[in-house]
Design a protein around this ligand. Structure first.
Ligand SMILES: *Cc1c(COP(=O)(O)O)cnc(C)c1O
Length: 217
């Protein structure tokens, strides 16, 4: 299967309202161009340096999403151009994104990362913390960042019941928080192995890498 075929097949299986983020981390520019020529414009990366380099090298109408864990001291490298930051998992990070957004004269969209997996290693806020943040006056404290939704990663397991349960609890939180904040439009959940399940459970944005570009080394 080619990148083009993989991409078109996945796209056609998604509801038209869902956004496909093509996760191109570790993949060469050539692979990204192939997806771009097949119509893909939204790409995700998880390393700041790689993301900044690809932004330099590739067409300027690409929307670049930062999908991985982001360290505060690296925000400055992507603040001038990043279109969505998925993994906001601390207020320290949010504060820094706001600061760098001001420097760039931008308002940067972000998602709050919520911890839904069983693994301790996955980052993110608890449901209570997220609710507290949403109830605070974000716009006043951090005027140059804009919350547009939530992001979560399910446990890495073959147990579909478990994954489904995690996605469904995140969806419930999303709907709950959305009632008081119409800005929340994006629920980023689902990767190559579980995006179909995620869509069934209410995902509006899937982050798919290996199913498009092939396995990573
Ligand atoms: C790598 C990565 C993905 C994509 O993973 P695949 O299994 O290759 O689809 C999605 N989300 C995050 C946060 C990632 O780091």
């Amino acid at each position: 299967m080619s990148i083009t075929n993989n991409l078109l097949q996945i796209k056609s299986s998604l509801p038209s309202t869902a956004t496909l983020v093509a996760v191109s981390k570790t993949k060469p520019n050539k692979a990204i161009i192939e997806a771009y020529e097949a119509g893909q414009r939204v790409f995700g990366e998880n390393k700041v340096q790689e993301l900044a380099q690809k932004f330099e090298d590739l067409p300027k109408d690409i929307e670049w999403h930062m999908i991985g864990h982001l360290q505060s001291n690296k925000v400055k490298y992507i603040a001038p151009f990043v279109s969505l930051i998925h993994g906001v998992d601390s207020l320290k990070l949010l504060k820094e994104i706001n600061k760098q957004a001001i420097k760039s004269g931008r308002v940067i969209d972000f998602l709050l990362q919520i911890h839904i997996a069983e693994e301790e290693t996955k980052f993110g806020f608890s449901f209570d913390e997220a609710t507290e943040i949403m109830n605070s006056d974000l716009k006043t404290i951090y005027p140059n960042v804009n919350i547009v939704g939530l992001m979560g990663m399910a446990t890495n397991t073959d147990d579909e019941t478990q994954v489904k349960k995690e996605f469904s609890t995140l969806y419930t939180l999303f709907i709950e928080l959305k009632t008081n904040n119409q800005n929340l439009q994006t629920l980023s959940m689902g990767m190559s192995g579980d995006y179909k399940l995620a869509i069934e459970e209410g995902s509006t944005m899937v982050r798919v890498g290996s199913a498009i570009f092939g396995i990573r080394n």
